[in-house]
Design a protein around this ligand. Structure first.
Ligand code: FAD
Ligand code: SIN
Length: 535
């Protein structure tokens, strides 16, 4: 072999090795940031010291997910101090795991003249719930959808997040779910950028390992003027490291943004939906904080409305795990199809509620305590390419495998051909699908050597639509949703998944990140103005 050829070989071997390391590092870091793994319990002793009080008044934001981050950002803009408290060792909540994106319409990133159906799509998806407290629900949906354009633009132009790629998710009549064009999924991109911006402001302080245990009221039933919290502070060095738990009282108006109860399996979830026992979840295991709000008079609505997402990955290496990685809806939006015993059985672009109900009528796969079904998610090469950053991670985790069409069973090959005929416009889809994403297989025999991406999926608990009743500006109400005369709990706002009523029976994909931004910003702004006026 010539010297030149040997050098070329060495060069390419090095390149391949470096690429492998790079790919491993990027997928691992994205994965650890995002996807549904619980944070490990810390091996730390807890001892309790005497109560302490934080001296300064500030806007107190409870929960460092996207709702809390949005509230904190807007409050700081009004030049007041902000304390952001989170019970977890790291900020981000479930928001950091968001994988499909955030809705906005109409935005400059949508490749269409004017998207005017976001409000009506949301009302439709909310279903029968709209019959109760109709005006109040419509007011909330109007606030969400009317402010969706400014929410996306705020994240892009003000916070520096790339949201230039738009996909269509189930139940939407247009493509309006925004994500970035790079490797980092949307939840992680948004949370990381916002945290960085917040930390640059000297008026901002983040307390992690800080669990709020109650709200402080001036008088029973009176205004909220602070929170009681348990702060775990690390002391000592090396092996002698321990955590000391301090009781702290923080003073100021409160924005409560402590997230939903989809991870509170044996608590609120078991209380409101005992029938869901055994269904796995995508949510970090943690107790719901709703009781802290009801203790000061807040009312809850729609607590039995729990979203079952149709596609959580069944990991072949840990099939019965109760915590699952989400097979992001964008995989179907970009062209993926669902198969049961090799055959399509549903319009994959229907709402999550609809698809999950269809799946759960199929025969169950795993018996015993785990309740799982055996559905295949299949992406053709067009969909695989368009969702490449997601797919790369799932393949690396062993949740998705790439297979040649020639290696698939006969029924699945036939289903691909039939579906390709639908996409090509040769026939109508028997399930009513009319949006095909980036599917590109034509169903011809010369495509046998092409690779598709496949993984097993099952329905999972994903989101809790119910929560505290708020008005369109995020004020927490002490009356049932829809009651004419509003009773506000002074000094208390709420935003994000802890609040209820907005999504009714079924949340549309991409609307949770949006509600966090829209109502989080409102709540932060009003709490800051309230603090300034009182000083
Ligand atoms: P979270 O982000 O959950 O934050 C709440 C925070 O409050 C947590 O950090 C928690 O530790 C803290 N907390 C709780 N109790 C206390 C207490 N007592 N004291 C102090 N702190 C407390 N939605 C979309 O719109 N688009 C998507 O693409 C999308 N993808 C998703 C993917 C996955 C895997 C999951 C799980 C969800 C996804 N969602 C998506 C839903 C969305 O991410 C969440 O519903 C939303 O981000 C909730 O935000 P939040 O700020 O209300 O709560
Ligand atoms: C998903 O990626 O499927 C989740 C999107 C969402 O929950 O809005």
């Amino acid at each position: 072999m010539s010297r030149r050829r040997i050098l070329t070989l060495i060069f390419f071997s090095l390149l391949i090795a470096l690429s492998a390391v790079w790919f491993h590092t990027i997928t691992e870091s994205i994965g650890s940031l995002l996807f549904s793994s619980p944070r490990p319990p810390k091996d730390i002793t807890m001892t309790t010291t005497s109560a302490a009080a934080s001296s300064d008044r500030a806007v107190l934001v409870i929960g460092a997910g996207l709702a809390g981050l949005s509230a904190a950002t807007e409050a700081l803009r009004r030049n007041v101090p902000v304390r952001l408290l989170d019970r977890a060792p790291k900020p981000g909540g479930n928001s950091i795991k968001a994988s499909s994106g955030i809705n906005g319409a109409p935005t400059r990133f949508q490749k269409m003249p004017e998207d005017t159906t976001f409000f009506s799509d949301t009302v439709k998806s909310a279903g029968q719930s709209m019959k109760m407290a109709t005006a109040a629900r419509e007011a909330q949906i109007a606030a969400l959808t009317n402010q969706s354009k400014s929410a996306v633009e705020w994240l892009v132009d003000d916070q520096g997040v790339d949201l230039s790629v738009v996909a269509q998710l189930g139940g939407h009549s247009n493509a309006r779910t925004h994500r970035g064009s790079g490797q980092t999924p949307p939840g992680a991109a948004i949370v990381t950028a916002m945290l960085k911006n917040l930390k640059e402001n000297p008026q901002f302080k983040l307390f992690t390992d800080c669990e709020v245990t109650s709200l402080v009221q001036d008088t029973p039933g009176g205004k909220v003027s602070g929170v009681e919290a348990t702060l775990a502070e690390e002391v000592g060095e090396g092996d002698a490291k321990t955590k000391v738990a301090k009781q702290i009282t923080f003073t100021g108006p409160v924005v409560f943004a402590a997230g939903g109860f989809g991870g509170d399996t044996n608590g609120l979830l078991a209380k409101y939906r005992p029938d869901l026992a055994g269904i796995p979840s995508t949510n970090d295991p943690r107790p719901g904080a709703h009781g802290i709000l009801t203790k000061v008079g807040a009312k809850l609505v729609d607590m039995d409305k729990v979203q079952i997402h149709p596609t959580g990955f069944v990991d072949p290496a840990n099939q019965l795990s109760g915590l699952k990685f989400l097979a992001a809806e964008v995989l179907r939006g970009e062209g993926g199809i669902l198969l049961y015993e090799g055959k399509r059985f549903v319009n994959e672009m229907e709402t999550r509620e609809f698809i999950s109900n269809v799946v759960m009528k199929l025969p169950q796969k795993d018996s015993g305590e785990a309740r799982q079904w055996d559905v295949q998610l299949l992406l053709d090469p067009g969909a695989c390419d368009k969702a490449a950053s997601h797919v790369g991670f799932y393949v690396w985790k062993g949740l998705v495998s790439k297979k040649k069409i020639s290696d698939l069973d006969e029924t699945t090959r036939q289903s691909i051909q039939d579906y390709a005929a639908v996409v090509n416009g040769e026939r109508k889809d028997e399930f009513g699908r009319s949006i095909f994403g980036h599917w590109r297989l034509k169903g011809t025999n010369d495509e046998d050597s092409q690779e598709v991406c496949v993984g097993r999926v099952t329905p999972i608990v994903h989101f809790t639509m119910g929560g505290a009743v708020i008005d369109e500006t995020g004020r927490v109400l002490a009356n049932e949703m829809g009651e004419e005369e509003k009773k506000y709990i002074e000094g208390l706002w709420g935003a994000g998944e802890i609040t209820g009523g907005l999504h009714g029976d079924n949340r549309l994909g991409g609307s949770s990140l949006l509600e966090c931004v829209v109502f989080g910003r409102q709540a932060g702004q009003h709490a800051a103005e309230y603090l300034s006026a009182a000083q």
